[in-house]
Design a protein. Structure first.
Length: 79
């Protein structure tokens, strides 16, 4: 799954040089550590391109994954 997420985010970054990307995370039931890593690296990539990767309405499972890894402040920056 993290590979698919990576491919989608890379495609979004390459496709449009001005649009921000919103990850609608309200229905997420599980989030692996690898997916958290992909999201954080992608956010850095979007920032470097003067764009923003945002997370909209993260589910408790989504937020809990960041919390367990000690990355809750990083998630807050994306919301």
């Amino acid at each position: 799954m993290s590979g698919e997420l990576r491919d989608i985010l890379l495609d979004a970054l390459a496709r449009d040089s001005s649009a921000d990307v919103v990850v609608k995370a309200g229905a997420v039931e599980r989030l692996s550590t690898a997916c958290v890593q992909v999201i954080l690296v992608a956010a850095d990539g979007f920032k470097a391109a003067a764009r923003r990767l945002e997370v909209e309405n993260p589910s408790s499972a989504f937020s809990d994954a960041f919390e367990r890894l000690g990355l809750a402040p990083d998630l807050q920056k994306l919301i």
